[in-house]
Design a protein around this ligand. Structure first.
Ligand SMILES: Cc1ncc(C[n+]2csc(CCOP(=O)(O)OP(=O)(O)O)c2C)c(N)n1
Ligand SMILES: [Mg+2]
Length: 675
């Protein structure tokens, strides 16, 4: 069905020249958008109360004086934004038709998120309006990344990122401000200070007074406050600031004093407000103020006619959206991952095998990617001059230069968010975590932002996260095996190579995938001897298990460093018991490909899984469950799970040895199981 034509007054842009040349027309345009946003927000609230919109709605009533001028002034062909729950007006201006935005709220079949997200969580990644996630501070990092990506592509973009007085307390906000200043990114950080976070007043949020903009000095950037209920002054200030940031490529922090007229969300009763406070807020409402100014410059009759036209438009759009069918669950599972992409046109080299340990193989892989793929670059702590804690990135800075090989501050969350933003705009970052353990600092970005991106927005996030894992005598904070921790969340792929050649291949396979891929690298394997590594046209085979050795007594499934212990154990049982194991190196932990393992199990009728991760909720539980579900009646013995103890990883070598599977414990457990 054709969508209603928007009223002519709703032009999407406002240039500084227009603002100077024709203030009355500019004011009318700003008013029209503010009125449209308010009318829509109010109608959405009605529809929620009638039970026609589900979940909840958090409106932007009172915030239009900030969002509308900003979105009109932005260069929407190149700039980057991520609006908060107070930003409906921004969404309406940035892209799409009002019907599209309403479809999002109705969560119907035409919803831009396929009804997989609600409220204003949609965005429009194709037009660099990044979809918000509820985790408020975590929205900042991706804006930094997409803005940087635009600049790297030669486009003079500015990024806009918003957070409330409440969100200003999150660590992510600090990390992002610091990162933007450090990298000199042209990002305008806007605190929407509406004095409350849900029910919590600012005096219970921070002790440093309400002058949040003063934090800017601590990050080496300019900062100031503005009164977003004074729309004309706000518009002039924003126009000048956007221009300045576009020229200077330096970030700025703005504290916008704004309003949240309808409380936190539809269900908010506002009981926590002081007596008379609500009236005080309504007295500051920017909409009647700007309407009065516009009526004085034009005429009351013109404003009345405009309001009527906008109301009719909103109602016509609601009528269309409300009639759209409910969403269809079909296709949900297929959309968790971006579809498989064709292989990249890699140069078939190096052709002659070189003897490399696993760390060197990764270094060669990174070198190949940086040489052949201009959209690639690598980031992480100490990876540049120093070459990384495990020297995997040694020499890369020298050969490829700082813009493509750079150190990050200790800010895993914002840096991963930044990498997500780069990936969303066509770059393909490879991020090294110094130890896998420190990826827990970026759990929101990895599991809720990157991993869910395709499902909820259709956007691709090609991202390789390198995770040096495993116990090598360093205790609980430098030893974790995190595959189960991460893979309980949908949307992540994971490779875990055990040989130098597989590590090289896995890096290429992960790199060209359009999804976030976790690359687990066992630290104990980095320097465990050199084996031949060469270009392998079948590098994509790493997405499938490797059949390590043939046997008929039991199917033994393992991965990572345990592959080598399993080989030892298999040799022992072959010589001491004349029992042979059909041994598989899983290599790919997600998505699981178990066909060859199932075929083996159908022959051996016995299953052993072995991994270094802990036993309870360990990866073996999933493997055993999947395989036993299908092959239960053909099994001749209960499956055997060999894993680490359910403990934090202990430090002393004797304790660590007892904690994780070792040659003797593996042989002992299998012997006992064989009976
Ligand atoms: C990190 C995080 N913790 C908790 C929440 C739950 N929550 C949603 S909105 C909100 C209040 C946010 O206040 P503020 O940042 O001031 O924005 P406002 O709603 O006032 O615009 C809270 C606590 C959240 N979204 N994100
Ligand atoms: Mg607030």
């Amino acid at each position: 069905m054709a969508y209603p034509t928007p009223p002519a007054c709703l032009a999407h842009n406002l240039s500084v020249a227009e603002l100077a040349a024709d203030p009355p027309a500019s004011l009318l345009r700003i008013y029209a958008w503010m009125q449209l946003a308010r009318t829509t927000d109010n109608r959405i609230l009605d529809l929620f109360r009638q039970g026609l919109i589900k979940g909840t709605v958090a409106g932007g009533q009172g915030n239009e004086g900030l969002i509308v001028p900003l979105a009109l002034l932005a260069d929407k062909a190149i700039d980057v934004t991520c609006f908060t729950q107070r930003g409906l007006g921004g969404h309406l201006i940035w892209s799409g038709h009002l019907v599209d935005h309403l479809n999002q709220y109705f969560a119907n079949a035409d919803s831009p998120t396929h009804a997989r997200e609600g409220n204003v969580h949609h965005g429009d990644p194709k037009n660099r309006s990044l979809p918000m996630i509820s985790h408020l501070g975590a929205m900042l990092g991706p804006v930094l990344g997409t803005t940087d990506s635009q600049r790297r592509l030669g486009r003079p973009a500015v990024g806009f990122t918003f957070f409330g007085d409440g969100a200003s307390s999150t660590g992510d906000v600090h990390e992002a401000l610091n990162l933007a200043s450090l990298l000199s990114l042209p990002v305008i950080f806007i605190i929407e200070n509406n004095r409350y976070a849900y029910s919590t007043p600012v005096c219970e949020q921070f002790a440093a007074g309400t002058e949040l903009w003063r934090r800017a000095a601590g990050y080496g950037m300019e900062g100031f406050a503005l009164d977003a209920t004074d729309v004309e002054a706000t518009t002039r200030t924003l126009a000048a600031t956007i221009d300045k940031v576009r020229q200077s490529s330096r970030p700025v922090l703005i504290e916008a004093h704004t309003l949240r007229l309808r409380g936190h969300a539809a269900y908010d009763t506002g009981d926590y407000l002081k007596p008379g406070e609500s009236d005080e807020f309504f007295a500051l409402d920017p909409l009647p103020k700007i309407r009065a100014r516009a009526a004085a410059l034009h005429s009351a009759a013109r404003l009345d006619a405009l309001d009527a036209e906008l109301t009719a438009f909103v109602e016509a759009c609601i009528k269309i959206s409300i009639a759209v069918p409910r969403p269809d669950p079909a296709g949900m599972e297929a959309d968790v991952f971006a579809p498989p992409a064709p292989p990249l046109p890699w140069k078939p080299g190096p052709a002659t095998p070189e003897m490399l340990n696993l760390a060197q193989a990764l270094n060669h892989g990174l070198r190949k990617i940086l040489s052949e793929r201009p959209e690639s670059f690598i980031l992480g702590q100490d990876i540049a001059t120093y070459g990384g804690a495990f020297r995997v990135t040694e020499g890369l800075l020298k050969d490829f230069g700082r813009p493509r090989v750079f150190n990050t501050p200790l800010a895993e969350s914002a840096c991963t968010g930044y990498a997500i933003g780069l990936a969303l705009n066509g770059h393909r970052p490879i991020e090294e975590f110094q130890f896998a353990d420190f990826s827990t600092e970026a759990v929101t970005q990895i599991t809720l932002n990157a991993a869910t991106m395709h499902f909820r927005s259709g956007a691709k996030t090609p991202l390789v996260l390198r995770l040096p894992c495993g116990a090598v005598g360093l205790g609980s904070f430098h030893s974790q095996e995190l595959e189960s921790f991460f893979l309980g969340m949908p949307g992540l792929k994971a490779l875990y190579p055990s040989t130098s050649q597989d590590a090289f291949n896995a890096l290429l396979a992960a790199y060209e995938d359009d999804n976030p891929v976790l690359l687990f690298e066992h630290k104990g394997l980095y320097r465990r001897g050199r084996t031949p590594v060469a270009w392998d046209a079948n590098y994509r085979d790493v997405w499938h298990p490797r059949h390590v050795r043939a046997g008929d007594f039991a199917t033994l499934v393992t991965y990572g460093e345990m592959v080598h212990l399993a080989e030892d154990a298999a040799t022992y049982f072959a010589s001491e018991y004349e029992r042979t194991f059909d041994l598989f190196d899983l290599r790919c932990l997600a998505p699981l490909q178990l066909d060859t393992i199932e075929a083996s199990l159908a022959r051996t009728h016995r299953l052993i899984v072995l991994h270094e991760g802990r036993r309870t909720h360990g990866f073996g539980a999933e493997l055993v469950a999947r395989l036993a579900e299908k092959h239960f009646f053909s099994l001749e013995a209960p499956p055997l799970r060999i894993a680490s103890l359910d403990l934090p990883v202990p430090f002393a070598p004797e304790l660590e040895h007892a904690f994780r599977p070792n040659r003797e414990s593996i042989i002992g457990q299998i012997t006992a199981w064989m009976g």
